[in-house]
Design a protein around this ligand. Sequence first.
Ligand code: IPM
Ligand code: MN
Length: 358
Amino acid sequence: MAKTYKIATIPGDGTGPEVVREAIKVVNAAAAKGGFKLEYTEFDFGGTRYLRTGETLPDSAIDAFRKFDTLFLGAIGHPDVKPGILETGILLKIRFALDQYINLRPVKLYPNVETPLKDKGPEHIDFVVIRENTGGIYTSQGGATRVGTADEIATQLMVYDRRSVDRCLKYAFELKKKRNAQNPKYAAKPITLIHKRNVLTYCGDLWYRAFEEMGEQQYPELKRDYNHVDAANMWFVKNPEWFDVAVTENLFGDIITDLGAMIQGGLGVASGGNINPEGVSMFEPMGGSAPKYARMNVINPMAAIGASMMMLDSLGETKSAQMIEAAMIATMKKMKSQAAGKMGFSTTEVGDMVAGMV
Ligand code: IPM
Ligand code: MN
């Protein structure tokens, strides 16, 4: 009997539903070829529901999510909702509750996709950032006193324990090993730890020692490198070809992956996975809900399609994931631009083209 994967979709707000629809179209085409089945259950969490009911994401939804093979998210964000409510109440809640401790963000420039970096092409920009996804400054430890007075004090702590650091590093080293075996071009490059250990002498030191120890003891064959995060920003722009697998803590990863998204062609193409290697993961396009483009059929679904490719890869359907990537590349070659409204095609047409070539 054909294998059936149970997928929970959260199309969300703005352009989320439009891009999720196209990604599903593509995944279904891949499944038909790959001989597996997909069963989707849609959840309506997001800003629209919050404005209607006052509810972000109940605990019962987390319990429900645990029964799925994977989650697929469109976008969460609504112009009428105060910043922070939906982010913490939905997105971060899912990441934490399902212990999705890896945020995997490929930075890959495909042919015919424009990068703002002068003299750089697909041969220079092809790496992945592994962002630790449940710790650090995102743990909400800290507080504020004397709020609203001239003496106000606020703290927000960067919290890490060795176990969280080690499990993230382990994932990064394993991925590096896998990539090295795939392509000698990757094997020539190091795995890079990014932090700020010259100033963050506690957390930076923990990450650095853990990285060095694991590398030396368990992966002596892999070349290691270390960059301070500010310098890494410069190198992403000046020498992106130096990177293959970069691993970093949560907030630094958040910041540098927006830069990564830009050099690979923008939010129209950047995808990410919130991964629990032992549990339920969630894949998403990196862009937001883009309310000004909602329901116009002009948003680029490529980032969502890329996220669906990552989803199939994580489910073990690697061949189908590769077929999707090939179809994405063929489609991108025909597109005028990867920017919303400038693609030369509508949202649905881009989805049709990719699905047609899978
Ligand atoms: C991201 C986003 C989120 C983050 C926000 C929306 C909470 O910026 O996925 O990168 O900071 O992780
Ligand atoms: Mn971010």
